[in-house]
Design a binder for this molecule. Sequence first.
Ligand SMILES: Nc1ncnc2c1ncn2[C@@H]1O[C@H](COP(=O)(O)OP(=O)(O)O)[C@@H](O)[C@H]1O
Ligand SMILES: [Mg+2]
Length: 201
Amino acid sequence: MALENKLNITDSTELARMEEKISKKKAVELFENGYLDHYEAGTFRMLAAIHKYLFDEIYDFAGKVRTVNIAKSNFRFAPVMYLQAAIENVEKMPQSTFDEIVEKYVEMNIAHPFREGNGRSMRIWLDSILKKELSMVIDWSTVNKEDYLLAMERSPIKDIEIKYILKQALTDKVNDREVYMKGIDYSYYYEGYAIYKAKDL
Ligand SMILES: Nc1ncnc2c1ncn2[C@@H]1O[C@H](COP(=O)(O)OP(=O)(O)O)[C@@H](O)[C@H]1O
Ligand SMILES: [Mg+2]
């Protein structure tokens, strides 16, 4: 069954297809219209604005912090009970060096603020921090998807692999739309989340 959505789609493959199409269109708009210039890189407000922009046509929860506990590949993201505090702590993390920025990204991923679409909105968020602080972005077209995902799965325990992968892909082509859009491509990781109950913690 598909996640509840504004398009009234019940088939999960169909929803995934529409979601990818719409969020990519929205991502191009975001890139072109300078909307994110109104936000401060590294804040949750900015991440929420990105999420809302990408998914508002699809989900009621666009831009909103999730209200269920979620897990993927046996990893439990921050429990709803601690999510607000986790987000506030991540926001306070420094972001002046490459290592600090990736560490912040890894921690925001552990928080996983949204019900769906964390990967895509967080990669745009990461790029906006790198752009502001280092005048660089990730060239997502050079990042191997399997390597990236394995490194992300590993990142709560050890962040050396994701740091290595992202560092290799740094580029100063900050205004190149292709470089940016490849980050949105990762949306074909359609598999959903397992929901867990607080008593299972
Ligand atoms: N087991 C895991 N542990 C930690 N992070 C993960 C795990 N699996 C996936 N991720 C991260 O979560 C992202 C997927 O989140 P999701 O909410 O499905 O976003 P999207 O729908 O945009 O892909 C991946 O891109 C990766 O960065
Ligand atoms: Mg997903």
